[in-house]
Ligand binder design. Structure first.
Ligand SMILES: *Cc1c(COP(=O)(O)O)cnc(C)c1O
Length: 395
């Protein structure tokens, strides 16, 4: 790889390992194990495996390694470890580095499973977790006390699209020696500069934009080589959350078109936000890339004004109107994934965030009329037309 390569070039050529056949498209090494030339060679490899030497697919595999290297190059991270799902990455990164008695400060607005890991799992093993309003730097400052081991947040929260100031929170965390872990799914690898902004560890559910076509579950943890190889790898390889070679191959192919898809999706998301702003049926249109977003200045600084591929609409008519609206759509599908080529809508209060008590939904702004839209790669004009006709039917 050349240091000068742009992200789009890295996403196509990064990490390629060609076999003796010189294949153009990356090979899937669908193998659990690897044969050693001799007993001595096996012993030596267990003692210290070289760059291109593998032992067992739970530890590593050539196709998975290609994906990890390509992802790290794209993100500007020293190294990466690929996992079986986004949640294997979130839970793996946290449990690999924490022990009983450690203190973690986390943003409150989290993906439901992330909340479960922090609130229910880590605390069960004696980790202290304090939740704060992620948009409030003063709240972070109060909570990040000396001795805090880790800070965790989603850089753009789900589903209300609140933005966390990565540089600001990282500065506070680093002042007390805490590690900053960012779940960066909504920001996407295309628009994110999380490591340059100060994050130590960046995590993606690659199920979302990296696959981008709704096929496989996957995740990735990125950080310094020391963190990935000394902290993450031993934990992941012994606890079993590694990515499969087939999944890694799908993700490699996804990376090749990632930037094209995500930029097209974000352009349509902005087009929709502009077309829907001030619509009679809507109490709120939330899109971080639109000038009406409360943190538009932060988004401009942190993501060059790009708001990502997701927007949320709050229908004035509450749940009844939201359901009528969803049922009247003809192009997008009702589902709960995001980052897909197909536009996908979901009603968080009754699906992804159903488990939360009402009080928590109120704090997070998950109202009965809120719908989340992951914008796909369909033509933006068609999406605008379809959303407008469905809103009309919902009124
Ligand atoms: C989807 C998602 C996850 C979990 O990823 P899976 O691949 O479904 O396990 C974690 N964090 C965020 C922000 C997500 O959107």
């Amino acid at each position: 790889m050349s240091e000068k390569w742009n992200a789009r070039t890295r996403a196509v050529h990064g990490g390629v390992r060609r076999s003796q056949y010189g294949e153009v498209s990356e090979a899937i090494f669908l193998t659990q194990g690897f044969v050693y030339d001799s007993a001595e060679a096996a012993a030596q490899r267990f003692e210290k495996a070289g760059e291109d030497e593998f032992i067992y697919a739970r530890y590593g595999n050539p196709t998975v390694r290609m994906f990890e290297e390509r992802m790290a190059m794209l993100e500007g991270a020293e190294d990466a470890f690929a996992t079986a799902s986004g949640m294997a990455a979130v839970s793996g990164a946290l449990t690999a580095m924490l022990k009983a008695g450690d203190r973690v400060v986390s943003a409150r607005a989290l993906f439901g499973s992330c909340l479960y890991v922090l609130e229910e799992v880590l605390t069960r093993y004696g980790v202290e977790v304090e939740f704060v309003d992620g948009t409030d730097l003063a709240a972070w400052e109060r909570a990040i006390t000396p001795g805090t081991k880790a800070v965790f947040f989603e850089s753009i929260s789900n589903p209300t699209l609140e933005v966390v100031d990565i540089a600001g929170v990282s500065k506070l965390a680093h002042a007390v020696g805490a590690t900053v872990l960012v779940d960066n799914v909504f920001a996407t690898p295309v628009f994110s500069n999380a490591i340059a902004e100060g994050a130590d560890v960046v995590i993606y559910s690659t199920t979302k934009h990296v696959d981008g076509q709704g096929r496989t579950l996957g995740g990735v943890i990125m950080g310094t080589e020391a963190f990935i190889r000394k902290t993450v790898e031993p934990y992941m390889k012994h606890t079993g959350g590694s990515m499969s070679p087939f999944t890694a191959w799908v993700m490699l192919k996804g990376l090749e078109t990632l930037e094209l898809r995500v930029r097209a999706q974000a352009a349509s998301a902005l087009q929709l936000a502009q077309a829907l702003q001030g619509h009679d049926a809507l109490a709120r249109v939330i899109y971080p890339g639109h000038t009406s977003h409360a943190q538009h200045d932060l988004i401009t600084r942190q993501m060059g004004g790009n708001g990502g591929t997701v927007l949320s609409l709050d229908l004035k008519g509450g749940q009844e109107a939201a359901f009528k609206f969803l049922n009247a759509l003809t192009i997008p599908v009702i589902s709960n994934n995001l980052g897909d080529a197909k536009s996908i809508l979901t009603h968080p209060a009754t699906t992804t965030h159903q488990r939360l008590p009402q009080e928590q939904k109120d704090i997070l702004g998950i109202t009965p009329g809120l719908v989340r839209m992951s914008v796909g790669i369909e033509h933006g004009d068609d999406l605008v037309d379809d959303i407008l006709q469905a809103l009309k039917k919902a009124q």
